[in-house]
Design a protein around this ligand. Structure first.
Ligand SMILES: NC(=O)c1ccc[n+]([C@@H]2O[C@H](COP(=O)([O-])OP(=O)(O)OC[C@H]3O[C@@H](n4cnc5c(N)ncnc54)[C@H](OP(=O)(O)O)[C@@H]3O)[C@@H](O)[C@H]2O)c1
Length: 301
């Protein structure tokens, strides 16, 4: 059974660590210790969330907070230093039976392999893209969290997600890479597509491509939320308009060739959605578009 009001130690007071400290404290958890490496970050975190944050040596014996026991330690430093923090903070980690990390790319058994052996290890990954601490505080109470790891760690992670009013996605270790690739595709790769679309529009003479595209992007996201990807898909591939797609490919090859592989790959994915719809394009149009969009055999755009 997860404790009714978990006592937590949070290592890392960046966007995610500070936001979790603030939100979990508001949700009734006791944050016994919030640590970050640099004094500047500790001051910024403390000012932003209105609670103490210590900095400096991880297990500083002169720090009362460092000696306190907890139900779990949440490690919220950047991915590449999680192992280092596990090693340097071994004495601290031993003061809680559970250790959680918040990165989505790696299962807990691997990410936290350097933590003391007797601890239960788990993942508590917010499926969110947060650029600022203020945004993290706004959204982490309503997103999905990927939860994975040893059962006692999962139980505690689930209890924290529930306290936040967020949603838990139960995952197994072998699903983590695909889970994270899905998150990257939905967020980072969509950002890359929007960036390329804005650059393409600017290459056609529009001064602020992104400003012109934003209402289109927003209405598209709204349509996907309401209708799902198949229902929301519009455009020449959806209609089976081979002629329009062919003109795009010719123009892009001459004027903006770097986008061609992206255009072809995303159009083929769109064609799969169109094919799955209740009123797909004609079979001949689908076959013809597939032929037109497939990558050139010689690797040329
Ligand atoms: N941002 C997101 O959208 C998002 C979403 C889901 C999950 N996450 C995960 O959340 C974790 C933290 O990300 P974030 O966005 O909160 O990062 P962040 O705001 O950049 O904060 C990074 C944290 O890592 C600490 N750090 C950096 N180098 C360190 C080192 N060598 N030793 C010890 N601590 C070090 C920083 O401490 P100092 O500044 O004090 O040195 C700071 O506390 C990552 O695992 C990330 O994958 C982020």
């Amino acid at each position: 059974m997860a404790p009714s009001a978990p006592r937590l130690r949070i290592l890392g007071a960046g966007r995610v660590g500070s936001a979790l400290a603030a939100l979990l404290e508001e949700a009734g958890c006791e944050i016994v210790d919030l640590w970050t490496r640099s004094a500047a970050r500790a001051a910024a975190s403390s000012a932003a969330i209105g609670r103490p944050c210590r900095s400096g040596a991880l297990d500083d014996d002169a720090e009362p907070a460092a000696s306190l026991a907890a139900d779990a330690t949440i490690i919220a430093v950047r991915d590449d230093v999680v192992a280092e923090v596990c090693r340097a903070g071994a004495r601290l980690l031993e003061r809680a039976p559970v250790v959680l990390h918040v990165s989505g790319a790696t299962p807990a058994a691997r990410a936290l392999a350097e933590a003391p052996a007797e601890l239960a290890r788990g993942t508590l990954h917010p499926l969110a893209a947060v650029s600022t601490l203020a945004q993290a505080r706004r959204v982490l109470g309503e997103v999905y969290f990927g939860v994975e790891g040893d059962e006692p760690a999962r139980q505690l992670a689930r209890a924290l997600v529930s306290r936040l009013g967020a949603h838990a996605l139960e995952l197994e270790a072998e699903q983590m890479v695909r889970y994270h690739a899905a998150a990257v595709t939905a967020s980072n790769l969509a950002v890359a597509l929007w960036g390329e679309a804005a650059a393409l529009l600017e290459s056609a003479g529009v001064s602020d491509g992104l400003a012109a595209l934003l209402p289109l992007i927003r209405s598209t996201v709204d349509n996907v939320a309401t209708l799902g990807p198949i229902g929301a898909l519009t455009g020449p591939v959806r209609r089976g308009d081979r002629g329009t797609v062919s003109r795009h490919l010719e123009s892009l090859a001459q004027q903006f060739p770097r986008i061609l592989p992206l255009y072809r790959a995303a159009s083929l994915a769109a064609l799969e959605l169109a094919r799955a719809s209740a009123d797909p394009p004609d079979v001949e149009d689908i076959a013809s578009l597939q032929e037109l969009l497939k990558p050139a055999a010689d690797g040329a755009a």
